[in-house]
Design a protein around this ligand. Structure first.
Ligand SMILES: Cc1ncc(COP(=O)(O)O)c(C=O)c1O
Length: 432
């Protein structure tokens, strides 16, 4: 028996990845000189501010390992910025830094010997595989368009009342959401927190997009359930620095020193510490709050404007979409066209997104990638195919904060997205 046969039946089988399929189709189009509207892959379109990249250059000589939890001054600056922007009362001893928040999500899951991981559908693609890799049972609760794809307190309570296991319940709760762009009101969070307390749910609040919530002074779950709410965030989204790999988790003291040490134990046996030069540059990013505020305001105005444009165009032709409340995703529901789509052999979100890619070069990710049932005619639309460096142009630098609104609506260019949406609308129009 050759070696690869010897091991093949012992390997974990990865889920068929819709993301890879769309990437593959998109590469084929690009090779054939055809246009692709990149609304599938979601990464920040904005560059890291130049001052922060300069700090990274200066820190390149920092070759030492740090403690697993990360540089104390970075953890302090993270606490300070989230106090200023979100009124969180965090202590640096409760922060763990890592090369991206994703590995920390896994460390939290792996800290439990056995738990049940609960996910609202739709949710981000990596939670389920991570839960399974950590050896846990993973279950989903479906949400609806009418509830703006949000989990309701009643749904959560009903789910918990029918559970017949003593396993700890870990809910991964992400807002603003990837893939829906929706967030939660104070009332929703308060209602949910009562159910969470009642059933002793451990919540991983994935707030990686929170600083990109369009309205200011937004509520967060830890306002209502600080004791059970682990908060996950980092530099990737608000600072446009996904590839830098800098994330952190805040672990409430109430979960106990043993829990924190269990997470640090997994972190220490997997990644050791986040890259030191990145930690130094991140400290600068988190410390310079005035610059962060300007940068965030510009991003939020632009993203809000594009979200509203796209949602309006889609809703006009009955592709129903809630406008985003933060981040850079929309989650359109194409169900209105089900009968017409079935006539051309499209029965699932996966069929639909493959056809849209092949025929008009519009890349979207099917709802099934996010835990929706295969026959759901939903998709994630990442409205990021534009040149984000425009927000640093000289025009905008000369304008005071108060004038920025007029700048973004008058001069910000996102023609490629407009063209992609026009093609999409025309494609659906022809179905009728
Ligand atoms: C909802 C959500 N959580 C977590 C992550 C991981 O972010 P990081 O770059 O910090 O690992 C992402 C990245 O796409 C995300 O969309």
């Amino acid at each position: 028996m050759i070696l690869q046969d010897h091991i093949s039946s012992s390997l974990r089988k990865g889920k068929h990845s819709e993301t890879l399929l769309i990437n593959q189709l998109s590469l084929e189009r690009i090779e054939n000189d055809k246009k692709v509207y990149k609304l599938g892959f979601g990464q920040s379109p904005f560059p890291v501010p130049i001052e922060i990249t300069k700090q990274l250059q200066l820190a390149a000589g920092r070759k030492e390992y740090t403690s697993v939890q990360g540089l104390k001054e970075l953890r302090q600056s993270i606490c300070d910025l989230h106090k200023e922007f979100e009124n969180k009362n965090w202590q640096p001893e409760q922060i763990i830094v890592a090369g991206g928040s994703k590995i920390l999500l896994f460390c939290i899951m792996a800290a439990f010997k056995k738990a049940e991981i609960l996910l609202p559908a739709p949710s981000w693609v990596s939670y389920e595989p991570q839960g399974k890799l950590a050896g846990h049972e993973v279950n989903w609760i479906g949400t609806t368009f009418d509830d703006k794809w949000s989990l309701t307190a009643k749904q959560l309570d009903d789910y918990c009342l029918t559970r017949d296991t003593e396993l700890p319940l870990v809910l991964v709760f992400n807002y603003p959401s990837n893939p829906t762009g929706q967030t939660y009101s104070a009332k929703q969070l308060s209602d949910l927190s009562k159910v969470m307390k009642k059933h002793k749910i451990i919540v991983i609040a994935d707030e990686i997009y929170s600083l990109l919530t369009f309205k200011n002074n937004y509520p967060t779950l830890s306002d209502y359930y600080p004791e059970g709410c682990i908060v996950s965030s980092g530099l990737s989204k608000w600072c446009g620095a996904g590839g830098w790999r800098l994330g952190f988790h805040y672990i409430p003291k109430e979960l106990g020193e043993d829990f924190k040490q269990a997470v640090i134990g997994v972190a220490s046996e997997t990644y050791s510490c986040a890259p030191t030069p990145i930690q130094v540059a991140a400290t600068y990013a988190y410390r310079n709050m005035d610059e962060a505020r300007i940068f965030l305001n510009r991003q939020k105005r632009v993203l809000n404007q594009i979200s509203q444009y796209v949602a309006q165009e889609l809703n006009q032709i009955n592709i129903f979409t809630h406008t985003a409340q933060g981040g850079f995703y929309l989650f359109p529901d194409f169900g209105h066209y089900r009968v017409s789509l079935e006539r051309i052999n499209i029965y699932s979100g996966e069929d639909l997104t493959a056809r849209l890619m092949n025929e008009i070069g519009v890349a979207l990710l099917p709802g099934s990638a996010f835990g929706m049932p295969p026959n759901s005619l939903t998709a994630r639309l990442a409205f990021v195919d534009f040149d984000g460096s425009q927000i640093f142009s000289d025009d905008i630098k000369e304008l005071g904060n108060n004038n920025e609104e007029s700048y973004t609506s008058a001069q910000f260019e996102f023609n490629k997205i407009k063209e992609g949406i026009k093609n999409l609308c025309e494609w659906f129009d022809k179905l009728n």
